[in-house]
Design a protein around this ligand. Structure first.
Ligand code: THU
Length: 137
């Protein structure tokens, strides 16, 4: 499969415009690529209780699963309110690893010129329980 990470990043950037982030003023957009070419995006949704905030990455995963997907082959993250690229938080790395293989590419970029290209396995190494998620569910 030919994966266009730039296109995926554009989808993430578009999703970041929907962010509900009145507390941090930090908008995040995430876009997941499914095996059939579908792009599923998500934005962060904050809450006045702070702790219930949902990150863009987990929003995208949950949205994709709700559409029937069980596997994603690439991820892009856009953080237009930071100059530098911002990677997924620890909780999101765990959740992403449930539905992505370790060699899946990840691209993230802020408003500045720099970007990061890496993989799920690099972001979440020693994922010893990964194969537990390969049940028939
Ligand atoms: N956030 C994400 O959506 N994804 C990340 O990977 C990092 C953090 C959100 C949570 C919160 O709404 C805001 O960014 C500031 O932490």
């Amino acid at each position: 499969m030919n994966i266009n990470m730039q296109e995926l990043y554009q989808a993430a950037l578009k999703a970041s415009a929907n962010a509900y982030a009145p507390y941090s003023n930090f908008r995040v957009g995430a876009a997941l690529l499914a095996e059939d070419g579908a792009v599923i995006s998500g934005c962060n949704v904050e809450n006045r209780s702070y702790g219930l905030t949902i990150c863009a990455e987990r929003n995208a995963v949950v949205s994709g699963v709700n559409q029937g997907y069980r596997s994603f082959v690439a991820l892009a993250i856009a953080t237009p309110d930071s100059k530098d690229p911002v990677g997924p938080c620890g909780a999101c790395r765990q959740v992403l690893s449930e539905f992505m293989e370790s060699d899946a590419p990840v691209h993230f970029k802020g408003a500045g010129p720099e970007h990061m290209d890496t993989t799920i396995g690099t972001l979440y190494p020693f994922d010893s329980l990964h194969d537990l998620s390969k049940s028939t569910m």
